[in-house]
Ligand binder design. Sequence first.
Ligand SMILES: [Fe+2]
Ligand SMILES: [Fe+2]
Length: 265
Amino acid sequence: MLIAQISDLHVTAPDARRTTAYDNNARLAAAVAHLNALEPRPDLVLITGDLVNGPKPGEYEALTEILEPLAIPYRIVAGNHDDRDRLRRTFGAANWMPVDGDFIQYAVEEFPVRVLVLDSVVAGKAVGALCERRLAWTAERLAEQPGRPTIVALHHPPFDTGLAFLDTLRCIEGAEELGRLVRAHPNVLAVLCGHTHRQTAVSWNGTYGYVAPSVAYQVALDLTPEPPYRWTEEPSAVALHLVRPDVGLITHLSPVGDYPAKAFS
Ligand SMILES: [Fe+2]
Ligand SMILES: [Fe+2]
């Protein structure tokens, strides 16, 4: 199975002020065209949160319009820039979106690999958390199918990335408990996240932790203890996870842009 992961789209309303040099909506449209052109075509696109930049009026309408040409099934994860009610309204017609409950947590069952989508959002805050109810839901789902290859997806990484400022804004409350759950379930092949706008891979509690790059803009790489928070002109990119239940995940980065393959001279 091939899973494409995109993250941190930060779609804006048409008249919004830009926070970088980029038009986030144009970057997402380019990513959608890129995904549609991939060969082989991914089976699933996992969008790991911060679908919009606000939330502000008009953003989810713009998001729907830009995602409309995506020819691959997709599932979304809520991020700190999202609004749960607007997410429910936007994607409520899809049979996978839970329409009630306080959190947007659901299991994706219809592919060879099961995906558990968790909601690490704390309303009004950038930092993430998993409360007892969300952890209990996760434990129940994992107990249901202990032998089935499973991916856990949540917006905020529950692990450090080495990016000091962003590590203060990761999923902190509940992260250790999630780690214990993951360690107790060796069928969890990976924990896939977004939020930091910078690709990072880590080993964590016996599994593979991965943070996808942003479609909108990348945060500058700076591993010093107190780095300034800056963006960089690195291209937006799609992560491609080749899921091999016998191995785990094999991740490749596919930058969005014109990088044609050429014969060696
Ligand atoms: Fe983000
Ligand atoms: Fe975020």
